[in-house]
Design a protein around this ligand. Sequence first.
Ligand code: BEZ
Length: 274
Amino acid sequence: MSDDGRDEATNRRETANRWDAADYDADHGFVHEYGRSLVDRLDPKPGERVLDLGCGTGHLTAEVAAAVGNDGAVVGIDRSAEMVAAAREEHDAPTFRQADARTFGTEDPFDAVLSNAALHWVPGSDQADVLAQVADALRPGGRFVAEMGGVGNVDRVVTATLAELAERGHDRDHPWYFPSVGEYATRLENAGFEVRLARLFDRPTDLDGPDGLRNWLGMFGDSLLADLPDVERTAVVDGVADRLREELYDAESETWTADYRRLRFEAVADATEN
Ligand code: BEZ
């Protein structure tokens, strides 16, 4: 326990919620670039009201705003103040608001909710709260189109990091929630959604340059590494790279390939009303 009574895993999660938005855009643009196909699946129509849940720096939110036009309305929410500030700076059209996915609340219902690479940051124990909020935010027949890490996502990276930490005396739990199709479809149904599509697929993801893995852990690894002194953090990251180099690094192209697996789903709220 820390001085303020919170457990260390909670503190690491809170630290992980402080993002370097500029670094995120500069080195991890693949997150919203891959997300474009999710917007295609959402197929936003002129005049629709759309919520982007976990909008990050707002690139997909802005694409949706362009599709719905002036008669529509698009709102992006993110838990990170840094991400919301960067989104407001970069894009004019959508409204951005700092809010927690578990408690955001909605006054005027949306036609659709989009979420890309955000839901796995919410612990499994809180997923029902998120889905209740989404169900509440949608009009009857409204659609929920989302992608998150699926079971086995970045497993090699997580396993190597946990092993390196354990060898140095740090016990850590897996910090992210990566469900299977069956698990998440059941959660969606329990929240009142009709699941129209749910798919788990491998999406090996290139992390450019000899420092690609180091950059990835620098951006996303706080949930595992936040409380380590800088020197030890560097040593852990070096150790993880050593463990994974043979499997995940191609020296010729100087590219790391992370073992991403995506869970994508499309669901409809209160489907009988559609
Ligand atoms: C993901 O998008 O799958 C992901 C990103 C950061 C940490 C873990 C997973």
